[in-house]
Write a protein that binds this ligand. Structure first.
Ligand code: NDP
Length: 499
């Protein structure tokens, strides 16, 4: 351990050595299956823990636990203010365990301990408290109707929002705690019950927060966790007949499989999928803002961010200077383990993902693309990828149009804003985009014409609990966050009374 590395807390060591089961009916239970899945530290490639590889029987047990908890109304039947109080207590407990959860996240996922503290836990707390507050704001509308029969009859009509039922939450490995809580919290705020499946690569923090939820007073069976493979556990969960809604975040390919299987039973789905997100830098942009904003927008969490800026289109007059500035910034990044407080780039999540990014770069090298790379990692066993700029990549490169989901960003010279806009929108994805300019008219014009669920001006990747988020085109369906967030977790019932 280098001097700058954070010492691992005793409770984290102890948690890693536990033989984790599944979290069903408010306690850890052993899986029906003897199979275990190994959890690795991306900084060293060493095994640090393991989790159960849930079978379809295990998934059924968890869903039926959530189903019983839903139908007997042990959660939805509480006063909204009581549910809100419990969820706020849950947030307080997560806050009290900030360092423990942050360390677990860094050890299983690889990201910087600073990012784990500030984002995985710190930002998650904002979302938790925001969503807890929505519990007491659920409301319908009164509606005047024009029903003419029988003559003289009078009517009062209104809508009620009711929880959809059992929710299946399926979570990727890039922000395991934060994205997991983006599913748990709206489900619980709406009065649903949930079974959540973290990625097999990063299962630990969800198992720990489920315990904290019980400690806060969330009734048994309301919040269940199953760990296991996507192919078995994830597929069984998302296609279970008692699941009323699937909230999925992950790749477009898996999202489509889930949507197909949900179509058979008309299960509700929200899909937050991939992106190949453009940033357009116009010639009047402030270079310092661009470098600060797009270095973070591109390299935060090693680029393993669905909203990351991965294609930067720069108007010709600024291009050469900005490429120089980006090069300097990338080469100055220190690369090291997530537990180091000084490393700015950390390992990616797994050996498989490291190899996948490597193949994109090999393809680019084979086609003689111009690559500018920063520092390499400190050892060969960790899953390090140097931060890399690709200058004017040709259309034939895979990384020009496919999502790399790593610390690799394309810098492209464009003649003018129109060319940038055409290239920016020439993608099957539509998750996020940004435009960089001091001209308010240009900002508004580009904001309208960029085909993405979120468009930023002079920033990128900045999200907020009160700002709806989701994708257009192949980046998904549905919106999370914002004042209407719970609509996706509720049915609207119309009530019409003759008097
Ligand atoms: P995957 O689609 O491979 O996995 C996501 C989750 O789905 C994991 O829990 C996985 O389990 C599970 N899963 C895999 N196969 C199935 C299946 N057949 N049925 C049900 N569940 C399944 O994505 P990644 O984990 O590789 O995540 C990266 C992707 O997620 C990127 O494309 C990224 O853009 C996208 N993403 C989108 C975000 C958004 O908000 N739009 C945010 C973050 C990521 P397991 O891992 O155990 O196999």
């Amino acid at each position: 351990m280098s001097e700058a590395e954070v010492p691992v807390l005793n409770q984290v060591q102890q948690f890693l050595t536990r033989k984790h089961g599944l979290y069903i009916d408010g306690c850890q239970v052993a899986s029906e299956s003897e199979q275990r899945l190994t959890v690795y530290d991306p900084a060293s490639g060493q095994a640090i823990s393991s989790c159960a590889d849930a079978s379809t029987e295990d998934v059924d047990k968890a869903v039926m636990s959530a189903w019983r908890a839903f139908v007997d109304r042990r959660w939805a039947g509480k006063l909204p203010a009581e549910r809100e109080r419990i969820l706020l207590r849950f947030a307080d407990l997560v806050e009290q365990h900030t360092e423990e959860l942050a360390q677990l996240e860094t050890l299983e996922q690889g990201k910087s301990i600073g990012i784990s503290r500030a984002f995985e836990v710190g930002c998650t707390l904002n979302w938790m408290r925001y969503t807890a507050g929505l519990t007491t704001k659920i409301s319908g509308r009164t509606l005047d109707v024009s029903i003419p029969l029988p003559p003289g009859a009078r009517y009062q009509a209104w809508t009620r929002k009711e929880p959809v039922g059992v929710v299946a939450g399926i979570v990727p490995w890039n922000f395991p705690l934060m994205i997991g809580m983006w599913k748990v919290m709206p489900a619980l705020a709406a009065g649903c019950t949930i079974v959540i499946k973290p990625s097999e690569t990063t299962p630990l923090t969800m198992l720990r927060v489920a315990e904290l939820a019980s400690e806060a007073g969330v009734p048994d069976g309301v919040f269940n966790v199953v760990t296991g493979s996507g192919a078995v556990c994830g597929a069984a969960l998302s296609s279970h007949p008692q699941v009323a809604k699937v909230s999925f975040t992950g790749s477009t390919q898996t999202g489509k499989q889930i949507a197909r299987s949900a179509a058979d039973r008309l299960t509700r789905v929200t899909l937050e999928l991939g992106g190949k997100n453009p940033a357009i830098v116009l010639k009047d942009a402030d270079p310092a803002w661009v470098i600060e904003g797009l270095m973070a927008g591109s390299f935060l969490n090693q680029g393993q961010v669905c909203a990351a800026s991965s294609r930067i289109y720069i108007e010709a007059p600024l291009f050469d200077n900005l490429v120089g500035d980006f090069e300097q910034a990338v080469k100055s990044l220190s690369v090291g383990p997530g537990m180091s407080t000084q490393a700015q780039i950390n390992p990616v999540v797994s050996r498989a993902h490291c190899d996948k990014i490597g193949h994109f770069l090999e393809d680019a090298r084979a086609q003689l693309a111009e690559l500018i790379s920063g520092n390499s990692g400190p050892n060969h066993d960790g899953y390090y990828v140097p931060p890399t700029l690709v200058i004017n990549p040709q259309a034939s490169l895979r990384l020009t149009h496919e999502e790399v989901f790593g610390p690799v960003v394309n810098l492209v010279r464009v003649a003018d804003g129109e060319e940038a806009l055409r290239l920016a929108n020439d993608t099957e994805y539509g998750l996020t985009a940004s435009v960089w300019t001091k001209d308010i008219s240009q900002a508004l014009e580009f904001g309208d014409r960029l085909a993405a669920g979120t468009v930023w001006v002079n920033s990128h990747t900045l999200i907020d609990a009160n700002l709806p988020f989701g994708g257009m085109k192949q980046s998904g369906t549905g919106r999370d966050f914002g004042p209407d967030w719970l609509d996706g977790w509720c049915e609207t019932k119309a009530v019409c009374v003759r008097y």
